[in-house]
Ligand binder design. Sequence first.
Ligand code: PNS
Length: 161
Amino acid sequence: MRVAVYPGSFDPITNGHLDIIERASRMFDELLVAIARNSSKEGLFSFDERADLIQKVTAGISNVRVTSFEGLLVDFVRETSAQFIVRGLRAVSDFDYEYAMYQMNYEMSGGADTIFLLASRDYSYLSSTIIKEFARHGRDVAEYTPAQVNAALLNKFGHKK
Ligand code: PNS
């Protein structure tokens, strides 16, 4: 069994995340989409809301399991016996942080490798943070998020869909 963990904040899941999930799901027997519960970033959606949205938009992919973890990613990887970590890389600005994280995680986990998937062209500059900012001001972000996420965002900010 080739098992991979795709960790992130997913606050909320975007089309960029979904693209990585679809592609990674074809590379592994099981893909665990894992919401980090102790991320330093302040969340808009609760962990349950994030998990619910991911669940809905990945329902059609049979080898994807949605979960969450507290503490270090490397500990979660060991507990689940996953061999791989998946991360998406967008513009070059992601690189330094991702490279540092890969090296530390590789050493601290005793060899769990990180597989980087380059963001598809349409999603190279997509970020949950920027999407939230547009949605906060009532902009429809359906081009960048699954429909359920767009609706949840507009609803969260009190803009009717
Ligand atoms: O979607 P994000 O915010 O880019 O994901 C970052 C995440 C959650 C993968 C990273 O912060 C993480 O692994 N957090 C768990 C705690 C941990 O292991 N920290 C050490 C590596 S930074």
